[in-house]
Ligand binder design. Structure first.
Ligand SMILES: [Zn+2]
Length: 100
């Protein structure tokens, strides 16, 4: 049950929140600002926070993508090496004792 909740939360963060934030930024980009781009305008502050959150989500997505690509490349390389022979054996793999 917790796994489904975590997966749903992650999917929500990566596929629902960014389009909503981008829509908010594009809708309110040229709003009638009560102050000259000051920090006291709630719309400007929200746009700033939404932009920062979009950058963080983009960074997390790129990290996840490159980690997955690296893992995939290592897995494919291991499978290719196993096709041409077992080059990845170590002394621990063959349980060789070196103390006799
Ligand atoms: Zn404003």
């Amino acid at each position: 049950m917790h796994k489904r909740l975590i997966v749903f939360a992650l999917l929500f963060c990566f596929f629902v929140v960014p389009p909503l934030e981008a829509a908010f930024i594009s809708i309110h980009a040229d709003h009638y600002c009560v102050v000259e781009y000051g920090e006291s305008c709630p719309v400007c502050v929200t746009i700033h926070h939404a932009g920062n959150l979009l950058k963080q989500i983009r960074d997390a997505a790129s990290i996840i993508f490159f980690a997955g690509a690296g893992l995939f490349a290592v897995t494919v390389a291991r499978k290719k090496l196993e096709l041409f022979g077992n080059y990845l054996t170590t002394l621990v793999d063959v349980k060789a004792r070196m103390n006799n």
